[in-house]
Design a protein around this ligand. Structure first.
Ligand SMILES: Cc1cc2nc3c(=O)[nH]c(=O)nc-3n(C[C@H](O)[C@H](O)[C@H](O)COP(=O)(O)O)c2cc1C
Length: 135
């Protein structure tokens, strides 16, 4: 249910958990191990990310955005990532989970932690967890 501009399908979803970081292979519907270490603390600049159940990271691969203008790649990738994030919000709302989409990311640090290439650009991240007692 997530559209993408020009059907570029340029957003890869990384799932960063305590046991490791994975890339979601949507076609095969499986998680591929990227790093078998806890990288949660690198997924954002806010304290809660380090202990959250799951941090998703939406990574655009600019190589897939063929014929895009240089000045439109960033915001189209951001819009595409936003569509995915909204789906996650709806899923969480229906499943009793809490979530927040995040732009506060040290992108240089997270790029390094995940071993991303020069054409991969981190659009957004999103934290999922169980609601706190105040919710
Ligand atoms: C593009 C975008 C980036 C955001 N970045 C952050 C962020 O880095 N950290 C955070 O705690 N919340 C972030 N938010 C969440 C908003 O602050 C939040 O949705 C707003 O305060 C309303 O709160 P609610 O979603 O709980 O109703 C972001 C929201 C959007 C749409």
């Amino acid at each position: 249910m997530a559209p993408s501009a020009h059907n570029w399908q340029e957003i890869d979803i990384y799932a960063v958990l305590a046991e490791g970081a994975y890339r979601y292979d949507a076609r095969a519907h499986r998680l591929l191990l990227v790093k078998a270490e806890d990288l949660r603390q690198h997924t954002g600049t806010q304290n809660f990310v380090a202990t959250a159940l799951v941090n998703l990271v939406y990574v655009a691969d600019f190589v897939r955005m063929s014929e895009a203008q240089d000045d439109e790649r960033g915001f189209l990738a951001g819009a595409d990532a936003g569509c995915i994030a909204q789906n996650i919000y709806l899923y969480c709302a229906g499943s009793g989970l809490a979530t927040v989409v995040r732009g506060l990311i040290d992108r240089r640090r997270l790029t390094h932690a995940l071993g991303l290439t020069a054409t991969q650009c981190i659009a957004l991240a999103q934290t999922l967890g169980y609601p706190g007692p105040e919710a």
